[in-house]
Write a protein that binds this ligand. Structure first.
Ligand code: FE2
Length: 518
């Protein structure tokens, strides 16, 4: 495995993505490319199933550079998330009417599954929080050469901590993408496709990767402890430096109280990026919110029912609409990110937000608790109480938080989680999005991530008990993550349950004919 070095990790934090070239797999890329074209023409939109349909792709994902980059950025216990997508951009027959690098939304070729709209991805299929310290990554894999006319994907540099695309940020669009290039990006990077004016379809495969534990130490080839970006240009185009150095330190396993980084505080750029105002409130030394400011900010939104999504605006980052719960990805209150930055100093405030009984404040408090990641006598019991909230939004965020905390009392948590997966609340089973997922489905997914994160700490029998229920009652996303937890636990009986699950789903393509599937 080839781990990233300090420069590469800092470049990822600064820009929000890194580019990995895999010339050693040229013959694999060529085969993947032709298989993709064949299956898309003869079969269907494979979506999540592109990986089992083209198992050759595993050679790309398991390649030592890609695996090494994933370990570097997410830790050695990262998960290849079951969500994947094929983005196909077909040639546009109409003329490009003045569409430029920064333009938003253009007609794409007929049947395209790529968009030219600037956006941050939604979590699939239901929302999770937008985290600044990377918990999810997107892999953009281009199996074939992409020339400028095919419209390579555009990125807004350093947009990964923003709330919505900010076109005053610098735009990166490669003029040419070598076959087999893999862009590994922070999940929340703003990006857009570009119309394809060549004569060929352009394919891009999207993968998602997830962190399953808080960083405890650097997992890349780390030599220096301080944040530094080599040139003024990169500072100017990069992430607001105090935010970047905070993320760097967190990825090195440091809490903010023990950072003491030698980051050069003078190297703040004077650029005008409108979204940066928010980052200064979160990470700024002088402009940053105090704990009292945060308390006041939360008081001002208490009682506004921001835990309910608005059906007149289902998107998460529309200008003019303050942040609130939605089912794409949830941006928390600015004060919540600030409290997460302040760390242990926020503990009392987090507890009083939990006790406020306002579901939106509780969602934000759970987010902060998970980001701080330490469990003490004060935090843990309060968070456990949230697992019994009548609001699925609160329960979902509480499970996420507990997943990333070191907790002593696993039995008590498991009791609550088992109750959630076994006795699904009637009001939480209505589909919330077109793909049909209900709040209960997402609760199962979050529980599955908890089991994966804690599979080595749980008693094998406890893990098997709850997993057996989920393998019968939960959908395949959750079941796949549960099966992964059973495998990773190392317990032979647990592993047998996982093998049974995978055996029952092995896909057989032996009788696939030219014009008849299977
Ligand atoms: Fe996207």
């Amino acid at each position: 495995m080839t781990l990233l070095n300090d420069d590469q990790v800092q470049s990822f934090i600064n820009s929000g993505f890194i580019e990995i070239s895999l010339p050693e797999l040229d013959s694999v890329h060529a085969k993947v490319n032709s298989r993709l074209r064949e299956v898309c023409a003869a079969e269907s939109q494979l979506g999540n199933n592109v990986l089992p349909r083209i198992p050759l792709l595993q050679q790309v994902l398991r390649n030592e550079k890609i695996h090494g980059a994933l370990v570097s950025l997410l830790g050695s216990d990262y998960l290849i998330h079951p969500h994947r997508a094929i983005h196909r951009s077909t040639p546009l027959r109409e003329a490009l009417d003045g569409f430029s690098l920064s333009s938003d939304r253009h007609l794409m070729g007929a049947g395209s599954t790529a968009t030219s709209m600037w956006h941050q991805d939604a979590q699939s299929p239901l929302a999770r929080a937008r985290y600044h310290v990377p918990k999810f990554l997107i892999g953009f894999y281009f199996p074939h050469e992409v020339i400028a006319e095919m419209g390579p994907t555009r990125f807004l540099r350093a947009s990964h901590c923003d709330n919505g695309p900010d076109l005053s940020r610098s735009i990166y669009q490669p003029e040419h993408v070598r076959a087999g290039t893999f862009f590994l990006a922070h999940f929340d990077i703003a990006h857009a496709g570009f119309p394809n004016v060549s004569n060929d379809d352009r394919f891009m495969l999207k993968f998602v990767f997830a962190r399953t534990s808080q960083p405890a130490k650097p997992t890349w080839s780390n030599e220096r402890d301080y944040w530094s970006v080599p040139s003024e240009d990169l500072v100017d185009a990069g992430l607001y430096e105090p935010a970047a150095s905070f993320i760097w330190n967190r990825m090195r396993g440091k809490t903010n109280n023990e950072q003491g980084s030698e980051s050069s505080k003078s190297r703040l750029s004077n650029r005008k990026v409108s979204k940066e105002k928010r980052l200064r409130l979160i990470y700024g030394e002088v402009e940053g919110l105090s704990v009292q400011d945060c308390v006041a900010a939360f008081k001002s939104v208490q009682g506004l029912k921001k835990h309910d999504r608005l059906h007149k605006n289902l998107r998460d980052s529309t200008p003019g609409h303050p942040v609130r719960w939605n089912e794409r990805a949830v941006v928390m209150e600015t004060a919540a990110y600030r409290l997460a930055f302040l760390g242990q100093e926020s503990a009392n405030t987090v507890c009083s937000l939990i006790k406020s009984n306002d579901p939106w404040l509780q969602v934000n408090a759970a987010f902060v608790a998970g980001e701080i990641g330490v469990s003490d006598d004060e935090f843990a019991p309060n968070l456990f109480d949230l697992l019994q909230s009548p609001y699925h939004q609160v329960v979902r965020q509480a499970i996420d938080a507990i997943t990333f905390m070191k907790v002593d009392n696993h039995r008590r948590i498991l009791r609550h989680l088992k109750d959630l997966v076994l006795h699904k609340r009637p009001g939480w089973q209505t589909p919330l999005v077109k793909r049909g997922w209900s709040a209960s489905d997402q609760i199962d997914m979050n529980v599955a991530m908890f089991l994966l994160a804690n599979c080595m700490q749980l008693e094998a029998q406890d893990l098997i008990d709850i997993s057996s229920i989920m393998l019968q009652k939960s959908n395949d996303y959750s079941s796949l993550v549960v099966a992964e937890a059973l495998v990773r636990s190392g317990d032979p009986i647990a592993q047998n349950h996982a093998i049974e699950y995978f055996k029952n789903r092995a896909w057989n393509t032996s009788l696939l004919g030219a014009d008849r599937a299977y």
